[in-house]
Design a protein around this ligand. Structure first.
Ligand code: ADP
Length: 447
């Protein structure tokens, strides 16, 4: 037996229902249930008792407790009538709510109703001595008359009504608090939406300003390109004329010049031709920036182009310490602009030859993710990583990177990058100072 019996009684006549109710309340009180739970428990027992008594007298009501684990109060009500479980459980359906567990079953020679109710945590320990004490107390319990019970029930009813009223007051207070909170939340919401609106207005104004600035910037950039194009165009004719005149002066058909005169005219010619290179570079870049260069898309014979680059640039690769290699292209043809593509590769190759003292300069190509990459690699001076982007700015030249041969204007790479963009691709550099550089032109590999 897992429960420790407390006491039991029999229901013989209707009055016993009151007795068992009182007893139930006493038991509940003795084991530590609170006033409301005492009433619930007592009501459950008297209601089940009433239903059982309808089947005849002699139902036994036994109270017990389980003092360990989760301490629980149990009551087992056994009626000698057989097969009453269905009726009883139908009639006591509502009673189940008053206790924690309730089972109604048909025994071999009886109908049994079991109910239990957990004891609140923290009730004084139900030691054997305490159980003995409770038992003694219950044995002395003298049942009152039905009138007494009625009075007690009335009191309980009043207490229950008070409780309901208190709960209603609580509810009203909670509602008021909720309303207050809602008002607070609404105020906060309004404040937030006003702030958001304010911020939005600020952002919109900022964007308008930004738009205006970018229009100004575009206008300034266009003005710069126009200026460069005009100036270089205007300069080209006189500079070309100076070069021509110089050539005429030193021509064998002209009057012979003195040695000093010859030297000075040669100086004028070479300065003028440097100037022409610069002017041409500026003009090209200005045209590219102004969007005046358009690709002329054709099937470009890469094999032939590579051959031509090999042929035209070999004379520049004069140093025996430098291996100049142009590999076979990875594909024979590519849809692109022949002139612009050759221009970019030529710029890169000339740079590589210019900055490589010994080792090799190589043009190769490969296919990658639907693109084609043209790689111009060299074993030259290299470029410090922090300058990898700066070298694509106009006129920028890496300080201390002296070309092995020839001169430069600082316009070749910005122009090459513009052209790469016009061809639908991009130009990037990988380089380590002292080891060399690799410039990669990546284009869509359409044929
Ligand atoms: P530049 O006419 O001076 O060659 P670019 O725009 O072509 O003008 O190049 C800008 C600068 O980038 C060069 O002056 C040089 O300092 C650096 N540079 C370009 N290519 C190479 C390279 N292959 N090796 C080392 N430095 C390079």
């Amino acid at each position: 037996m897992t429960e420790t019996p407390l006491m039991s009684m029999r229901l013989r006549v209707e009055q016993d229902i009151f007795v068992v109710r009182q007893l139930g309340r006493e038991v509940a009180r003795a084991v530590g249930l609170e006033a409301q739970d005492q009433t619930r428990f007592a009501t459950a027992i008297s209601e089940v008792g009433r239903v059982l008594l309808a089947a005849g007298p002699d139902a036994e009501v036994a109270f017990a407790v389980r003092p360990y684990g989760v301490p629980t109060l149990h009551v087992v009500m056994t009626h000698p009538a057989v097969g009453e479980a269905a009726r009883v459980s139908r009639q006591v359906q509502q009673v189940g709510r008053l206790v924690e567990t309730m089972e109604v079953e048909n025994g071999d020679d009886s109908t049994v109703v079991r109910m239990s109710r957990r004891l609140p945590p923290g009730v004084p320990g139900l030691t054997p001595a305490r159980m003995e004490e409770i038992r003694a107390g219950l044995a002395q319990h003298v049942p009152g008359s039905p009138l007494d019970e009625l009075a007690v029930q009335n009191q309980q009813l009043i207490a229950a009504l008070d409780e309901v009223r208190a709960q209603r007051d609580d509810l009203a207070r909670l509602n008021a608090e909720l309303e207050e909170t809602n008002r607070g939340v609404m105020a906060l919401y309004h404040q937030l939406s006003e702030e958001l609106e304010e911020t939005n207005r600020g952002v919109v104004a900022l964007y308008a300003e930004l738009d205006e600035k970018s229009v100004q910037l575009r206008a300034a950039s266009e003005a710069k390109s126009r200026f460069l194009a005009n100036v270089s165009h205007e300069l080209r004719a006189p500079v070309t004329a100076i070069i021509g005149l110089g050539r005429l002066l030193t021509d064998s058909a002209s009057d012979a010049l003195t040695g000093e005169q010859n030297r000075q005219v040669e100086l004028i010619r070479s300065s003028a031709s440097d100037l022409l290179t610069l002017v041409n570079g500026l003009l090209d870049l200005a045209k590219a920036e102004a969007g005046r260069i358009e690709a002329n898309w054709t099937q470009v014979d890469l094999k032939a182009m590579f051959g031509q680059l090999r042929g035209t640039l070999r004379p520049l690769a004069t140093r025996p310490e430098v291996d100049f290699v142009v590999d076979e292209p990875v594909v024979p043809v590519l849809r692109s602009d022949e002139v612009l593509l050759a221009q970019v590769l030529r710029n890169l190759l000339i740079n590589a030859l210019k900055f490589t003292e010994a080792g090799s300069v190589r043009l190769s190509s490969l296919l990658i993710d639907g693109d084609i990459e043209f790689i111009v690699s060299d074993t030259g001076t290299g470029i410090p990583p922090e300058l990898h982007e700066r070298i694509f700015e106009e006129f920028y030249q890496v300080p201390g990177n002296k070309p092995v041969s020839g001169k430069g204007t600082g316009l070749g790479l910005p122009y090459a990058r513009r052209l790469a963009g016009i061809l639908g691709g991009g130009l990037r550099v990988d380089s380590t100072p002292g080891e060399g550089s690799a410039f990669t032109l990546r284009l869509p590999a359409t044929t």
